[in-house]
Write a new protein. Structure first.
Lengths: 303, 354, 296
């Protein structure tokens, strides 16, 4: 894959949360129509990387180029207009909006209308029957579908998906991935963060493994074995126990007098210029709304 | 610095630099004091002694402005405990100033020496603040702020409706007639000095102890503090009670100074305006800041007293600018620039000397 | 005055409180700012209407098409120049800034207009009333204020629930970070909300000035009543704010029947009681709030 043909080119990205460095010189290239798996342990920086590509996390150094344009420093709405859409970790649906409104709001900055509501409901028929319901009343799988649908409403050419299988039953995840395969056939390029290595390697052409904010492995899936990936995943090139840095995505593991998101102060208010901290503090245990694993609702009924 | 727990005993008093606490493999010294702080404590002690002697060598004309200034210092330090160290932006402290003033009147009119009554007034105010705290501490941020306004309004209305404390007309403070005017003035002066020194020193000592660290954690992020095990409720409540009692003492002083207690003036929101200004312009969350802010306010008042309402426009405007532009106040600017820290409350990490 | 009459007066009065409260509620819901200068901005609306109606020699209603757009623009300006910057400095900053702003506004008004109480000329409408049955007298002014409040609340509700802009506002209020992520431009959203908030405040101020009198210090009282209405009704619900306002109004008028001096105190005590017993307000959960979602 020659660099010139990459749709998405990330070069030397450094991202900090306050004093804490989450990404060290990360580089990544995704060809058009490709599917790249982004794997790594918790805290490795996968979500940070996706958010940086989407424009939610300004990098301290490095660049993000998309389809020839330099998007570094561009706000999310400009990236969406260019065709980059993120399905965020934890789904992050808007609780006071209905299913349909959640999807519609995804089109706020869309430059094209390749994905009108009908087409979206065609891909996710179960959502059509629930379009007027509040999003929180849906099952985990359905919520994930809404999150993907919301990103589709932006008519993206690059879809970034962050841990869409978290907390969902395997059958449900299988259906979601079938949908993704359909999207690929329709021409979309995908970057998928996935904890399930087997599924990641089944579905994707390329694989990038992050370890503690650095790229530990970047290869075509076909040319690398699962064992090699696992080794890169755990950093088992040396004998020492990998040090687990505090995870800014799950800060309750650290005593939070210094908040890695914003160490000098934690503005709980809405700051249009710097909303990188976790949303309003309804749930101190779960600030990013990361769904707890094994959502029982999905094991009992599917979408 | 994140996650590095110094091996220093947090209860170590001033004058004891902490033993070098080692982070993994690096000889870094962590201390809670500084040389300039030792020097400053000495200077402060001397200043207090000099101030105490003022009635002897300077007399009345010097006492009056100093009384104003020292009252400002007391108010500013107390408000800083609330807003700067505990994140409680109360604009209703005048409720307790009023309670303190009326408390002094009530106690003094039962024959207690008016100066001893200051203590009683402070206690009364603190006691009153307890049930109030149960209500208002359910809120935080802006909602807490407005709730404190409501409380102050309620207290004012209650005073206005109470004939036993003179209703709208107010009452005059008894028990001072027997004093020689010069002595009375001096006694008021000393009482004010005592309250000011106690306020600054008291807030300083409170904040240096673990309470202080709790309060600062709570102030900057109650949610994070709670998840780290800080007892959020207790820290905020303690700050509110102490500030309430302190405001009561200030109210008692004001009653003694003006010899008259009347609802509109004693419950005036202007006190909160002053507190806000002093702490913001001086420096929130530091001990030195409010003192500096008091000096600035005092100077402004002297300079602008003829301007009427414009004075308050300027005071408000400067507070707004300070928040937006110099959020750590003048003292914060100075201490960032020059590294000054006269009354340190945090932990300083001194890098290894190579 | 009969008790029935008092209750009806109180309910109508509630409309006025809801009108001043809805802007406060919006600002908090979307931007998480409690604008302590909100009441003062309402009073500014009253003074502006006064100046215009004297200068142009028209009844105060005619000045509204001028006052409201000016107020909207002032709100946008305040958001862009002040509130937006304050947000960058943390939650406390906006409380401190709006309080400082309140002090500035009140004292500027004092300088310009002195502390004399003023009233707005309402023309014939101000004095007219009609009767229902033998016992009930309703002043047209009170009724107009109430109906205006309902109209404003309905329009706001429609705006929020039926328009694409309203969707963006609700999404931003739910989760600012994600709203930005899905491409909503939050600065214009905030500016629009701030504009609406000040415009509704100014409208409320005009009614306050017409029905009663006003002076530079009226703002703090209005802020307190607005806040109490929001809290009693339940944060996050526009119609709850109306209910809260009506609770305030009824309390004030009914207690006032017994003893006017205690009317305002009774209102404050009602607020404190609700705070003690049902701090989420009487109508919380009326609308889906974020607590209802364990939603990721």
């Amino acid at each position: 894959m020659s660099p010139g043909t990459a749709l998405l080119e990330v070069t030397g990205l450094d991202v900090f949360y306050g004093d804490f460095q989450a990404l060290f010189g990360v580089s990544l290239a995704v060809p058009p129509g490709g599917a790249t798996a982004l794997v790594g342990a918790n805290g490795a920086g996968k979500t940070t990387l996706l958010r940086a590509i989407a424009g939610a996390q300004p990098p301290a150094a490095g660049s993000v180029r998309y389809d020839g344009d330099d998007l570094t420093g561009a706000p999310p709405h400009r990236r969406i207009a260019r065709g980059v859409a993120l399905v965020p970790e934890g789904r992050k649906l808007f609780p006071s909006l209905t299913v349909e409104e959640n999807i519609q709001v995804g089109a706020a900055a869309a430059a094209a209308s390749d994905w009108p509501l009908d087409r979206i409901y065609g891909v996710f028929p179960m959502l059509a029957s629930r379009r007027g319901q509040r999003a929180w009343s849906l099952s985990g799988g359905e919520q994930q579908a809404v999150a993907i649908a919301r990103a589709l409403a932006a008519s993206p050419s690059l879809l970034l998906l962050d841990e869409i299988s978290l907390g969902l039953a395997p059958r449900v995840v299988g259906e979601l991935y079938q949908t993704l395969a359909g999207l690929r056939e329709a021409g979309a390029t995908l970057v998928i963060v996935e904890q399930d290595l087997r599924r990641a390697m089944e579905v994707c052409d390329d694989l990038v493994c992050l370890l503690e904010g650095r790229v530990a492995l970047a290869a075509r899936v076909a040319s690398v074995s699962r064992e090699q990936v696992v080794a890169a995943y755990f950093g088992e090139s040396s004998a020492h126990e990998p040090h687990r840095p505090p995870n800014p995505e799950n800060p309750t593991r650290t005593p939070r007098l210094q908040d890695p998101d914003n160490p000098t102060r934690t503005p709980r208010l809405q700051d249009p210029d710097n909303p990188t901290r976790t949303p309003s503090p309804q749930d101190p245990e779960n600030p990013t709304g990361t769904p707890r694993p094994q959502d029982p609702r999905d094991q009992e009924r599917g979408p | 610095m994140t996650g590095m727990r110094p091996a220093v005993d947090p209860a170590a008093g001033p004058g004891e630099p902490g033993p070098g606490a080692a982070g993994p493999g690096s000889p870094v010294a962590v201390s809670r004091w500084s040389r300039s702080a030792t020097g400053f404590t000495g200077v402060a002690a001397v200043t207090v002694v000099v101030l105490a002697a003022v009635p002897y060598f300077a007399g009345g004309p010097a006492e009056a402005p100093l009384i104003t200034l020292l009252t400002f210092v007391a108010m500013a330090s107390q408000w800083n405990l609330l807003a700067g160290f505990s994140g409680l932006t109360s604009f209703g402290q005048q409720a307790y100033i009023g309670v303190g003033a009326y408390g002094l009147y009530l106690v003094a009119s039962h024959g207690v020496n008016p100066f001893a009554a200051i203590v009683a007034a402070a206690v009364i105010a603190a006691v009153v603040s307890l049930p109030v705290s149960v209500l208002v501490l359910r809120l935080s941020g802006g909602y807490f702020a407005v709730a404190t306004l409501v409380i102050a309004a309620v207290f004012q209305i209650v005073a206005t409706l109470s004939p036993s404390v003179g209703g709208t007309t107010g009452v005059s403070v008894p028990g001072l007639a027997g004093y020689d005017p010069v002595l009375r003035e001096a006694l008021i002066y000393w009482a004010t000095l005592a309250v000011a020194v106690l306020s600054v020193a008291g807030v300083y000592l409170l904040v240096r102890r673990t309470f202080g660290l709790d309060a600062r954690a709570v102030g900057s992020d109650p949610v994070a503090a709670a998840s780290a095990g800080v007892r959020v409720g207790r820290s905020r409540r303690l700050a509110y009670l102490v500030a309430g009692g302190g405001a009561g003492a200030v109210g008692a002083l004001i009653a003694l100074q003006t010899l008259y207690v009347e609802p509109t003036s004693v419950f005036s929101i202007q006190y909160s305006v002053y507190m806000l200004f002093m702490v913001l312009v001086g420096g929130m969350g530091t001990i030195e800041g409010p003192v500096l802010g008091a000096l600035v306010l005092f100077g402004l008042q002297e300079a602008l007293s003829s301007q009427g309402a414009w004075y308050l426009v300027i005071v408000g405007g400067l507070a707004v600018i300070a928040t937006l532009v110099a959020s750590r106040g003048l003292w914060g600017l100075a201490s960032d620039r020059f590294g000054w820290s006269l009354l340190p409350v945090g932990y300083r990490v001194r890098p290894p000397r190579d | 005055m009969s008790w029935v009459n008092a209750v009806i007066q109180g309910l109508l009065l509630g409309g006025q409180y809801a009108l001043i409260a809805c802007g406060l509620s919006l600002t908090f819901g979307v931007m998480r700012i409690v604008n302590l200068a909100h009441g003062d901005l309402a009073v500014c609306g009253a003074y502006l209407a006064l100046v215009l109606s004297s200068a142009l020699g028209v009844p105060v209603w005619v000045t509204l098409p001028l006052v409201l757009p000016v107020a909207f623009a002032a709100g946008v300006l305040l958001q862009v120049l002040l509130f937006g910057r304050a947000l960058r400095h943390g939650e406390l900053a906006s409380v401190l800034v709006t309080f400082g702003l309140s002090v500035m506004i009140e004292n500027l008004l004092l300088v310009k207009y002195t502390s004399d109480p003023r009233g707005l000329p309402a023309g014939a409408l101000g004095l007219a009333s009609f009767h229902i049955g033998g016992q009930i007298t309703v002043s047209w002014l009170f009724l107009t204020a109430f109906l205006t409040a309902c109209a404003v609340l309905s329009s706001l509700q429609l705006l929020l629930s039926r328009t694409s802009w309203g969707r963006k506002v609700r999404a931003t209020a739910d989760d600012l970070d994600t709203a930005r992520l899905v491409g909503i431009r939050v600065r214009p959203v905030f500016a629009g909300v701030a504009g609406i908030a000040v415009a509704t405040a100014a409208l409320a101020g005009v009614f306050i000035g017409t029905i009663g009198t006003f002076d530079p210090y009226q703002g703090t009282n209005s802020l307190i009543f607005a806040f109490e209405a929001v809290v009693i009704g339940g944060i996050g619900s526009l119609w709850g704010t109306l209910a809260g306002g009506m609770a305030l109004g009824v309390t004030q008028v009914v207690v006032g029947q017994v003893n006017q001096a205690y009317a305002v105190l009774a209102v404050h005590l009602l607020f404190l009681a609700v705070l003690a017993v049902r701090p989420n307000g009487l109508f919380a959960g009326h609308r889906v709030t974020r607590e209802a979602g364990a939603l990721g």
